[in-house]
Design a protein around this ligand. Sequence first.
Ligand SMILES: *Cc1c(COP(=O)(O)O)cnc(C)c1O
Length: 226
Amino acid sequence: MTTVAEQIAILKAELPAAVTLVAVSKTKPAIMIKEACAGGQRDFGENYVQELVDKEHMLPKDIRWHFIGHLQSNKVKFIAPFVHLIHAVDSVKLLAEIQKQALKCNRIIDVLLQLHVAKEETKFGWDVDEMLESAGPLFQHSQVRIRGLMAMASNTEDTIQIVHEFQHVKQVFEQLKQGIASDHAGFDTLSMGMSGDWRIAVEHGSTMIRLGSTIFGQRNYSTNTH
Ligand SMILES: *Cc1c(COP(=O)(O)O)cnc(C)c1O
């Protein structure tokens, strides 16, 4: 059996150097995160606020914690003091709350805007047209640095569909980068690709992939404690 650290090493050997690997550790115990740390992994992704807060408390302080799930405005305050990157900002209201909490912590918080391109109705994020029309004011927060976009492709076996969706995200990313974001430093991150589709995502311009089950094995939601 390959260990977590070995699995990460295998992935890193295949990944282009410019692509950041975020190890998605949601529902997984701290001991597995420590194993990954021992193998040199520093970026971890979580998507439940309480679980992230608990893990941050007990694990090494040099971990870069990514919040990758849907974030409710009233929970921003719990992660604002330490979060490295918030991936899934999907509303003006949430952005305003991040600004407020970042001010309180006297820090600048890096975020990604979540773009909705998948077919599923349930996925959060801005529609492409809405994003292109109304992105301007999003960049006006003194304590929030918009680093790029995050997206999830449809959960489908249809590779062509997934390719189209990632291409679409990349195109919007470039359009923003050359347009509104060109006045703002650091718009350089495109978070797309999960265990099932990361190779396609990397082929189509992803700079950050979020892998859970490929690294840690399948998640068993019945045994998690949050
Ligand atoms: C759980 C999760 C992942 C990782 O999923 P895997 O298929 O296990 O790699 C990536 N991104 C988000 C937003 C997630 O919620």
